[in-house]
Design a protein around this ligand. Structure first.
Ligand code: 5LI
Ligand code: NI
Length: 187
């Protein structure tokens, strides 16, 4: 089971590497890893489990954060609509690739956080508001999905990890709360 002890922190070189594509169909080992990553996210979002296991909450996780330099990400974004309890977006992506993105940009009103960063880093992280992502699922089937707003932001945060990019690399150093005209702020 993945716990916080398995997550490497900033300063560890793997976080700045470009991760390797994985063979498709994913190996049994890579399928198992994906399942463990999703389970970690579910545990981290469960108040009892998170307390018991001392987990920080997360909606996404990238294999490099586990010191595994492979292009594998997991996202488990809970539904914001209580009527629809099932997770809005819950999947493991192998070799994800952003095929296209909107000109329109967006950021989260309260900024971003990262399990590999043990500090608050205030500031807007401006990303594309909408993206089209291709990836392979655990069975080796090629998927192509369009994401917008929060889901799009999370997947971009995770794909950044596969390219050695940290969320704060995007924050305006001169004025972290500077926003260009037209950037959508997602609350
Ligand atoms: O790479 C994944 N993590 O570091 C897990 C912890 N961070 C989050 O869940 C998180 C929090 C806020 C905004 C975004 Cl976009 C994300 Cl992803
Ligand atoms: Ni992160």
């Amino acid at each position: 089971m993945i716990t916080m002890d398995d997550i490497i922190r900033e300063g560890h070189p793997t976080l700045r590497e470009v991760a390797q594509e994985v063979p498709i169909p994913p190996s049994a080992e890579d399928v198992k890893l994906g399942e463990e990553m999703i389970q970690f996210l579910k545990n981290s979002q469960d108040p009892e489990k998170a307390e018991e296991l001392h987990l920080r909450g997360g909606v996404g996780l990238a294999a490099p954060q586990l010191d595994i330099s492979k292009r594998i990400i997991a996202v488990h974004v809970p539904s914001i609509d209580p009527e629809k309890p099932e997770a809005e977006l819950s999947t493991v992506m192998y070799n994800p690739k952003i095929l296209s993105h909107s000109v329109q940009q967006a950021c989260l009103g309260e900024g971003e956080g990262c399990l590999s960063v043990d500090r608050e880093v205030p500031g807007y992280v401006v990303r594309a508001a909408r993206i089209t992502v291709s990836y392979f699922d655990k069975d080796g089937n090629k998927q192509k999905i369009r994401l917008k707003n929060y889901d799009a932001i999370v997947v971009q945060h995770e794909i950044d990890h596969l390219n050695g990019v940290m969320f704060y690399d995007h924050i305006n150093e001169q004025n972290p709360l500077h926003l260009e005209d037209g950037v959508l702020v997602i609350e």
